[in-house]
Design a protein around this ligand. Structure first.
Ligand code: C2O
Ligand code: CU
Ligand code: CU
Length: 472
C-alpha cells in the first residue's frame, strides 16, 4: 500500500555452488578479489525494479553479499526499506549482482511486487476493475532444459585463441520453452468475463510480440504501464511489444465466449528486431480456456473512461538535456560487447567516472542514440519517466569510440499510445534516438542499464549520480 513502508531483511542462504555456468572474464562480484563461490557462497543482492528508494535500499550491483558475510564495495546491510511513496504500480524484484544477474535471475531469483494506492482501491471499490480471482499476474520467461529436465544455460567457451577456459557469456540467450509463472505449456481456465492481466517480461533477452494469433479477436484493453495507469483505457488494435523488464496492465474480455480457447502467441524475432523469426514452440505463450461457469454473484466491472485525474506530465522545465549513446565494441576476446556512453565521449565502461549527474529535484531529458542493430530496453533506477518520442538520425561516428558528430535528426515521432503512462524501461530501437524525461528526487548513486541481462552483465550498464543543489 502506498506510503506504508515495508522493511525487508533479504537473507542470503545460497550454497557454495552456482546452478549455472559462470564466466569469470566479465566484470563480476568476485573479480579482483580472493573470494570464490566454493569458499564464500553465491553472492546476491535484491533490487526492487520500479522502486523509489534510497540508494542503500536500491540493491546496487556492488551491494552484494554472501551467506558467509563477504560483501561488495557498496554493501549497505541486508535490511532494506521500501518507502512505497509512488503510485499504484506493477513492480518486481530480482537479483542484481554484478556479472551474475543473468544467471541468478535465470535460476529463479525474480518475483512480483504489487503496490496499491487509494486511487486504485477506489476504482476497485466502484467496480471499475476486475479484482480478486479475476486479477492475475503473469510472469513471462523463456528457458532451456536439458534432456533430464534440468534447467540449462549455454556453457560454451569463447572461440578465442587466448581464451583462458571455462564458459563464456553469450551476446543473447533465448530459450525455446516459454514459461508463465514458472510453468511450461501453461493454460489458464477462466470464466466468460473480464480479467485484469498484469504482465511482466522477465526474460533475459527475449522480446515478446503478443496477440491472439496476430490480432485481438476479443477486446483487450491496456490500462497501465510499468509505473501506473494510462490516462485512459486503450483498446489494443495491434500486437503488443514487450521487452525484457517492461510490464503492461491489461483487461481481457472473455464475455460471450464460454467454451472457446484463446492462445496468447508471440511472433517477435530474436534478437529483436533483425533476428530469426519466432519458431515453435516459442511462438505460443499461454492458452486461455473459457471453461469455468460464470459466477453470477460477482457483478461484471465496467472500465472507467479515465484512469487517472491528469495526464502524466511533470510541471518543472527540464534543467538539461543529455545525449547518450548505445554502441557495440569488441572485448579482448573478440566478443561483441554492447556498451553505453555519451554522444560526445563515445563508449564508457562501468568503472569510468560518472557522466550523468542530475541535480536533485530537477527534471532532465535523456536522448538515447542507438547506433547498434538491436533494440535495447533501457532502464533507469529510482525514477519513473515519460517517453517523449523518437526520431531517426544520421551522424558521423568514430569507429573506435563510437562518438557521434554532425548529427542530423529526423522529425520527432510521438510515443506509441501503449507508452503513454509512467515508465521505467523503454525500448530504444536501432538507428533512432529515443527521448525520455525524468524527475530525479533522491540523492545518491543509481545504475541505468540495458535490461537484456546478457548485455547488462557484459557492462551495458553505467551509474548516474543525483547530486546536491548548487554542485555539479
Ligand atoms: Cu530490473 Cu537494474 O533492474
Ligand atoms: Cu530497476
Ligand atoms: Cu542491450
Amino acid at each position: 500500500m502506498k506510503n506504508r513502508p515495508v522493511h525487508i531483511r533479504w537473507v542470503n542462504a545460497l550454497p557454495r555452488r552456482h546452478l549455472l555456468p559462470l564466466d569469470t572474464t566479465v566484470h563480476w562480484a568476485f573479480r579482483h578479489t580472493r573470494h570464490t563461490i566454493e569458499r564464500d557462497g553465491v553472492p546476491a543482492v535484491i533490487h526492487l525494479h520500479g522502486g523509489h528508494n534510497d540508494p542503500g535500499s536500491d540493491g546496487h550491483p556492488d551491494a552484494w553479499y554472501t551467506a558467509t558475510g563477504v560483501h561488495g564495495p557498496r554493501y549497505a546491510g541486508d535490511r532494506f526499506c521500501y518507502g512505497n511513496t509512488q503510485q499504484a504500480a506493477t513492480l518486481w524484484y530480482h537479483d542484481h549482482t554484478l556479472g551474475l544477474t543473468r544467471l541468478s535471475v535465470y535460476a529463479g531469483l525474480a518475483g512480483f511486487y504489487f503496490l496499491r494506492d487509494w486511487h486504485e482501491l477506489s476504482l476497485m471499490k466502484r467496480n471499475h476493475l476486475p479484482q480478486g480471482p479475476y486479477e492475475c499476474e503473469l510472469l513471462l520467461q523463456d528457458r532451456m532444459f536439458s534432456p533430464d529436465g534440468r534447467l540449462a544455460y549455454p556453457d560454451v567457451p569463447a572461440p578465442a585463441a587466448d581464451w583462458p577456459g571455462g564458459p563464456s557469456i553469450q551476446p543473447e540467450v533465448f530459450g525455446q520453452v516459454l514459461l508463465v509463472n514458472g510453468k511450461a505449456w501453461p493454460y489458464l481456465e477462466v470464466e466468460p468475463r473480464q480479467y485484469r492481466l498484469r504482465l511482466l517480461n522477465g526474460s533475459n533477452s527475449r522480446f515478446f510480440r503478443l496477440s491472439f494469433g496476430g490480432s485481438w479477436p476479443i477486446p483487450v484493453t491496456q490500462i497501465g504501464t510499468e509505473g501506473g495507469f494510462l490516462p485512459r483505457p486503450l483498446p489494443l488494435d495491434k500486437p503488443l511489444l514487450l521487452s525484457p523488464g517492461e510490464r503492461v496492465d491489461l483487461v481481457a474480455d472473455f464475455r460471450h465466449h464460454g467454451g472457446s480457447r484463446f492462445t496468447l502467441t508471440n511472433d517477435a524475432p530474436t534478437p529483436f528486431p533483425g533476428g530469426a523469426p519466432a519458431a515453435p514452440p516459442a511462438d505460443q505463450v499461454l492458452q486461455f480456456r473459457v471453461s469455468r461457469p460464470l459466477d453470477e454473484r460477482v457483478p461484471e466491472p465496467e472500465l472507467p473512461s479515465r484512469l487517472r485525474a491528469a495526464p502524466v506530465s511533470l510541471t518543472s522545465e527540464p534543467a538539461r538535456t543529455r545525449r547518450l549513446l548505445l554502441f557495440e565494441i569488441e572485448d579482448q576476446y573478440g566478443r561483441t560487447k554492447p556498451q553505453l556512453g555519451t554522444v560526445e565521449k563515445g563508449v564508457l565502461a562501468w568503472s569510468d567516472p560518472v557522466t550523468e549527474n542530475p541535480t536533485v529535484d530537477t527534471a532532465e531529458v535523456w536522448e538515447i542514440f542507438n547506433t547498434t542493430a538491436d533494440n535495447h530496453p533501457i532502464h533507469l533506477h529510482l525514477v519513473r519517466f515519460s517517453v517523449l518520442g523518437r526520431a531517426t538520425f544520421t551522424a558521423d561516428q568514430d569507429p573506435r569510440t563510437g562518438a557521434l558528430s554532425r548529427i542530423h535528426l529526423g522529425g520527432n515521432r510521438p510515443p506509441d499510445p501503449t507508452e503513454q503512462g509512467p515508465k521505467d524501461t523503454v525500448q530504444a530501437p536501432p538507428g533512432q534516438v529515443t527521448r525520455i524525461r525524468a524527475y530525479f528526487d533522491k540523492r545518491g548513486l543509481y545504475p541505468w542499464h540495458c535490461h537484456m541481462l546478457e548485455h547488462e552483465d557484459h557492462e551495458m550498464m553505467r551509474n548516474f549520480h543525483v547530486g546536491r543543489r548548487g554542485r555539479r
